[in-house]
Ligand binder design. Sequence first.
Ligand SMILES: Cc1cc2nc3c(=O)[nH]c(=O)nc-3n(C[C@H](O)[C@H](O)[C@H](O)COP(=O)(O)OP(=O)(O)OC[C@H]3O[C@@H](n4cnc5c(N)ncnc54)[C@H](O)[C@@H]3O)c2cc1C
Length: 382
Amino acid sequence: MRTKADAVIIGGGIIGMAVAYYLAKANYGKIILLEKEVLLGAGATSKAAGGIRAQFSTKVNIEMSMLSEKIFARFKEETGNTAIFDQVGYMFLLQSDSELESFKHSYQLQKSLGLAVQWLEKDQISQFAPHISLEGVKAATLCLQDGLGDPHEFLSGYEKAARRLGVEIELETSVMSIEHVEGEVRSVATNKGTIKTDLVINCTGPQASLIGKMVGLDIPIEPVRRQIVTTGELSFITQNIPMVVDVKSGLYFHKESKGLLLGWADRSVEPSFDISIDPEYTDTILEKALERIPQLEEAEIANEWAGLYETTPDHHAIISRHNQVQGFITCAGFSGHGFMHAPAAGILVAELVTRNEPSIDISTLSAERFEAGVGVKETNVI
Ligand SMILES: Cc1cc2nc3c(=O)[nH]c(=O)nc-3n(C[C@H](O)[C@H](O)[C@H](O)COP(=O)(O)OP(=O)(O)OC[C@H]3O[C@@H](n4cnc5c(N)ncnc54)[C@H](O)[C@@H]3O)c2cc1C
């Protein structure tokens, strides 16, 4: 392993790989990416549902998604590698007056930023999602530029492109400590040796606060378990049904192979690194799904898994230098939306490093923002 680098990226998930690619594309010298597991993408990236959407409630999240969606849609031109962005759309079902009010506000913001989002009245919903019961639903928002992608396809596309540009990737390499002297990063110690560097980029998703502690920082990113269930083949699935989010129940579902993928955010789960499957969690997902998709009576469970969201107090990522430690950047805490934001995150970190001026205003994603308490929250999270 190399003993000196211009930048060391910790974490070989979708975020670390995108950062590596865009930094190498910007000709930032010798770049090493360190991943503790035997494979890239073995962490949260391998657990993602594959949803990609720009329907958020804050400007920065909408802008990051719109940039990412452009890249996902022309990924082959960008990286030379094929990965499919299946733009089947994303639909949010709205029931209560408060949901209508909050989504109307977000819809107007999204429109003002140029997003092709539609407001659907109840009688317009079935033409896009004939498979769902509209019991209790009053309206919906729909964006047909949103859609689905396979995180591993995009990860592997970024990996191949980054390797071509000279990025070194070290697997089974755990970062054990980070040497920092007088507030400046000096080197990274791993189980395979030490690398001298003056730039470390923390892309460790749910583990980001553990890496922060290595340089004396308290990074407020908590791991929270989320579960998913997939079904076997279902007769009513067609190629163009959108991802549907039932805002009230927190259930979401999209086509997966010839069946459905079902997910739900159990907000009672306490932060921990536990990713064992809780059968009660699975049962609740199925109960909620049956209410919205009665035809699921015919369904068989094909697979189920649990993974970790990397949650910040305001559900926005941290993409930022840290005032207390020169040469340390965090790009993590996407609060369950890191796959869809990976292209933008990679571009923005590269811009932060090479010209200190990201093309999207990410001042609201600074690491220091929590010193003043929790500010504006992203409300459109599942
Ligand atoms: C159930 C579920 C569904 C989701 N659905 C979606 C979705 O539909 N759309 C979406 O956009 N997002 C979704 N997400 C969120 C998404 O998976 C994450 O936001 C994203 O994968 C974060 O990527 P990452 O690279 O930051 O983290 P990770 O993929 O976790 O990568 C971090 C890497 O750092 C490595 N690492 C940690 N510590 C060290 C160390 N000390 N030394 C070396 N390496 C280290 C880990 O091994 C890991 O590979 C979902 C998440 C879950 C759990």
